[in-house]
Design a protein around this ligand. Structure first.
Ligand code: NAP
Length: 278
């Protein structure tokens, strides 16, 4: 029996158990995947405890994707580049941290929109954990990337980490009107990785959305609500749109590939997520 779980705080909202358990059921794999609420002060004990209990691996979610790094023994190249871990594999001698957020994001855009980021001008909004993985993935392509974030210093840190690791060129745009407005109107793809559009900011967009136009693709990695105000406005303007369900599913698919080298049924995982969303 494979035992897996997702560690985070809070965790009860996570759709990962539904997705992974549906996939186990579909392929008749003996496995169970559980949500695990962890106190930050006990993160190290939680990880070592899961290993001691014979877990195959873990997923890691907010707020622990960076905080688990000191407690793994090895990092994949991807996790090293983005300084973030969302998937852990326990082996006899090692605790290996990996990140599937960026590859999952790209796969979702490819599958759902047929999008190839090569040659695109892209505005990435946000500089948190999700933005790190996505920026690193985008820069594997020959694209022009602009990054904007409410907290400028966080965008600077993200860019300096990526440039230091891989020698990329990226522009940071201040979260202020003029230049940002020019960029919004000029780019091919806009990606929101901030939480603006969820919960108490459900009636807000992270950038002025009236500048969007029909030649653009707008991706919001928020999946609850299924259509954020940014996506609603973009749709009204004639843009192609995509929400965060695909990224959620494909990062999970890529976790399976990391744990077992096996691709789970993504259609079953999509269904499990969609059935759980209002
Ligand atoms: P995070 O590390 O906490 O980063 C949050 C980002 O949102 C930061 O850039 C932050 O800017 C910005 N932000 C928050 N409130 C804001 C506001 N009122 N105005 C402007 N900017 C604001 O979180 P994360 O892990 O990157 O996750 C971000 C979002 O992505 C969440 O909505 C999460 O649900 C979603 N997500 C989806 C998937 C998926 O699979 N679909 C995967 C991961 C994350 P500052 O730096 O200025 O604070």
């Amino acid at each position: 029996m494979e035992i897996l779980g997702v560690i985070g705080n809070p965790i009860s909202h996570s759709l990962s158990p539904k997705m992974h358990n549906a996939a186990f059921h579909a392929v008749r794999k003996q496995g169970i995947y559980i949500p695990l609420l962890v106190d930050e002060n006990q993160l190290e004990q939680a990880i070592n405890g899961a290993k001691a209990l014979g877990f195959t691996g873990l997923n890691v979610t907010v707020p622990f994707k960076e905080k688990v790094i000191p407690y793994v023994t090895d990092l994949s190249e991807e996790a090293k580049a983005v300084r973030s871990v969302n998937t852990i594999l326990f082996t006899q001698d090692a605790i290996i941290g990996h990140s599937t957020d960026g590859p999952g994001f790209e796969q979702a855009a490819k599958i759902e929109l047929g999008l190839d980021f090569s040659g695109s001008n892209i505005l990435l909004i946000g500089a948190g954990g999700a933005a790190r993985g996505i920026a690193n993935q985008l820069l594997k392509h020959d694209c022009t990337l602009y990054i904007t974030n409410r907290t400028y210093s966080r965008a600077q840190k993200l860019v300096s980490d990526l440039v230091k690791n891989q020698g990329y060129e990226i522009s940071i745009i201040k979260f202020a009107q003029n230049r940002l407005e020019q960029i919004i109107a000029a780019v091919d793809v806009i990606i929101n990785t901030t939480s603006v559009g969820m919960k108490e900011t459900i009636d807000q967009t992270p950038i002025p959305a009236d500048l969007l136009h029909e030649k653009q693709t707008v991706i919001d990695i928020i999946y609850n609500p299924k259509e954020s105000l940014l996506l609603k406005t973009a749709k009204e303007k004639g843009c192609r749109i995509q929400n965060g369900v695909g990224m959620l599913v494909w990062q999970a698919v890529k976790s399976w590939e990391f744990w077992w080298g096996v691709t789970p049924p993504s259609d079953v995982m999509y269904q499990a997520v969609k059935a759980s969303l209002p």
